[in-house]
Design a protein around this ligand. Structure first.
Ligand SMILES: [Zn+2]
Length: 90
């Protein structure tokens, strides 16, 4: 058995939604600071999905693969982007 850790699976979904949205937006600052602020705000707006996971393990979870779940992530990320865009911390 390898190393195990508590992982919030929502982080990976937020990262994916963030990549998808930012790739289509040229009006959003893409610096590390803004991106981290956007990620933190998004994760605070979404319910955490903690799992115990081996590193590298890919856990499938049907409710997290649903289009409703993806839409929830997209909405949270879009709202976080707007908050940071209007008030960048730099
Ligand atoms: Zn920035």
């Amino acid at each position: 058995m390898g190393k195990v850790a508590i992982v919030n699976r929502m982080e990976a979904f937020v990262e994916m939604a963030m990549d998808e949205i930012l790739s289509k937006r040229s009006d959003v600052c893409g610096c590390e600071r803004c991106r981290l602020d956007q990620t933190a705000l998004s994760l605070n707006a979404l319910p955490p999905r903690y799992v115990v996971s081996d590193f590298g393990e890919v856990v499938t979870n049907l409710d997290l693969d649903s289009s409703q779940h993806k839409a929830d992530c997209m909405v949270a990320v879009l709202q976080a982007i707007e908050i940071v865009r209007k008030n960048p911390r730099h």
